[in-house]
Design a protein around this ligand. Structure first.
Ligand code: ADP
Ligand code: MG
Length: 454
């Protein structure tokens, strides 16, 4: 009977929201409890819970009313269910969402189940890629290729560290090419998979099928080329594939964690082929870009994070965007489950427990970097001058000494050559307050910290 009511409600809701919304937010919900006019609705994950609470609660309530239930409360709870008929227990604990697995939170635009076409994941698009220093050149090249594959930058060789967006960008090219021309033969493959398939092809004597498949691509995207190191036979096969495609003006895109010259045992002839087109070194996105990435991801969950929280995450996780996403998801899930706001304290608590500062910094380094940031002399900060453009940097230095090294106020005063420690107290308090409202101060602090720990 419970199910009957909820099915009726869902049926009406399906007619009043878009199909994508219905699939994403309502399809996998179920009625867990219905006592009097109190209802508990089971939902698969924290983001759906949040969305229903914030955006759709009025709709749910109104639809229930139409079906004869005037709800006093509708509560949304996360539950696990192996089969739709069997209601499993409600999970009370934190769900840690790991972006590298299929549990990654889904945005409303990407459907609940990813569609993989020829190895491509629809989640990776140009639209949800944040462009900034470090990746703008790679982004521009990928866009150009997506417009007219095979005509420019062939091959494109993208290289850079782990988790900085290589896979995202090269997959975005594939998705964009297919969007423009659905009949295009776009093939994405990881090098490890390529090696494995090649070995299988030899073993099962399907060599010609294998060669034919890859040589028939309009766009061939090969990820993580570093894994071809030491695989002589595969290198030879890839060499022939490369030549066939290149001669036919088909686009080849390659990624790697290092440039061709640093891939050990890469055959010279392959190395020289890779140099024919364009090689781009992707760098870690800078502080501002990292902030934008966090804001974007939070916004895709309909969550507005305060600037200090965004900056805290961007300051503490600098090199790997995958880790940055992981930390954000962990924070959001943690706060959601406890019904608290994701503020600085929670972020620091969560991140602090799992990470320690990678490097020890000294008081002197803090003063030095602060002076450098404000383009004044260290001796000015340590000296007696009271001009505004020296007083502010001095106060910022005190604030960072306190927040990073947890020095006592008398010690902070001593480090800056002052006798009176009450100035240190006032300075730290002043910067603390100002940094809430003043974006310039905040970004100055973040940049100084970034340099300290770089
Ligand atoms: P790589 O292949 O370089 O190891 P990925 O492409 O897998 O890195 O990126 C790791 C994660 O970070 C992915 O979830 C990706 O969507 C995300 N990411 C990286 N760079 C950006 C960016 N500039 N904008 C948005 N998301 C990004
Ligand atoms: Mg990758």
């Amino acid at each position: 009977m419970k199910d009957g009511l909820w099915q009726a409600v869902l049926g009406e809701i399906e007619l009043s929201v878009s199909h994508a919304s219905y699939i994403t937010w309502f399809k996998n919900t179920t009625l867990l409890q219905h006592k009097g006019n109190n209802l508990v609705v089971g939902v698969p994950n924290v983001f759906i819970k949040q969305q229903l609470e914030r955006k759709f609660n009025d709709l749910v309530t109104a639809t229930l009313k139409k079906n004869g239930v005037d709800p006093i409360t509708v509560e949304y709870k996360i539950y696990t269910a192996n089969t739709p008929a069997k209601k499993a227990e409600v999970i009370e604990d934190v769900v840690i969402l790991n972006p590298s697995t299929e549990q990654a939170p889904k945005t409303p635009t990407s459907s609940l189940t990813h569609t993989y076409r020829q190895g491509l994941n629809e989640r990776y698009t140009f639209d949800n890629f944040v462009v900034g220093s470090g990746n703008e050149l790679a982004y521009a090249a990928c866009q150009a290729i997506a417009q007219s594959p095979g005509t420019k930058y062939n091959p494109l060789f993208l290289y850079g560290g782990v988790g900085i967006g290589k896979t995202h960008l090269i997959q975005a090219v594939g998705n964009a090419v297919l969007a423009n021309r659905p009949s295009a033969h776009v093939v994405y493959i990881s090098t490890e998979q390529f090696v494995q398939e090649f070995l299988d092809a030899i073993r099962y004597k399907k060599n010609t099928d294998f060669a034919g498949y890859y040589r028939g691509a309009d766009v061939l995207i090969v990820d993580d080329m570093q894994f071809i190191a030491g695989k002589e036979k595969t290198q030879e096969e890839f060499f022939h594939t490369f030549n066939a495609l290149h001669q036919a003006n088909k686009q080849i895109i390659i990624s790697s964690d290092k440039p061709p010259k640093d891939i050990p045992t890469l055959e010279e002839r392959l190395r020289s082929r890779f140099a024919w087109g364009m090689s781009i070194d992707m760098q870690t996105p800078d502080f501002e870009t990292r902030c934008a990435i966090i804001q974007n991801k939070a916004a895709s969950h309909d969550i507005n994070l305060s600037p200090p929280v965004v900056e805290y995450l961007a300051t503490n996780i600098q090199t790997n965007i995958r880790e940055l996403e992981g930390a954000l998801n962990q924070l959001l899930a943690f706060c959601e489950m406890r019904g608290i706001e994701p503020d600085l304290q929670v972020a620091a608590g969560l991140l602090g427990s799992s990470r320690t500062r990678p490097k020890h910094v000294s008081a002197k380094q803090i003063v030095e970097k602060t002076a450098k940031h404000f383009q004044i002399q260290m001796s000015d900060i340590l000296g007696p001058k009271r001009d505004k453009d020296i007083v502010v940097p001095r106060q910022v230095a005190m604030y960072i000494l306190r927040s990073e090294l947890h020095l006592s106020f008398p010690k902070i005063a001593r480090e800056l050559g002052r006798k009176d420690h009450t100035t240190a107290i006032h300075s730290v308090e002043k910067i603390e307050k100002e940094s809430v409202f003043d974006a310039d101060i905040r970004s100055a602090i973040a940049e100084i910290k970034e340099r300290l720990y770089a």
